[in-house]
Design a protein around this ligand. Sequence first.
Ligand code: SF4
Ligand code: SF4
Length: 79
Amino acid sequence: MITGIPVIDPEACDACGSCVEWCPTGAVGIVDGKAVIVSPRDCYYCTDCEKVCPAGAVKCPFSIVLVQNKPEGNTEKPE
Ligand code: SF4
Ligand code: SF4
């Protein structure tokens, strides 16, 4: 399931290609002169595209999910 992908502002993107060059999985590409996430399933949210974009066109908004882990093993207290 895809839970989040970078958001690219087409107005700010000047198609320099840096995000395409740096994306380790090929998830982002240039289509019709603008960067787009062409393969969302390949994006693992490393945020490199956001870091290298000179135009500030890429945003990787984070979701922080807190999960309480259950302790493993016997959790009953001894009598
Ligand atoms: S977050 Fe990482 S994997 Fe996803 S598109 Fe950007 S550079 Fe590629
Ligand atoms: S790095 Fe930024 S300006 Fe360059 S192609 Fe990617 S989104 Fe567009």
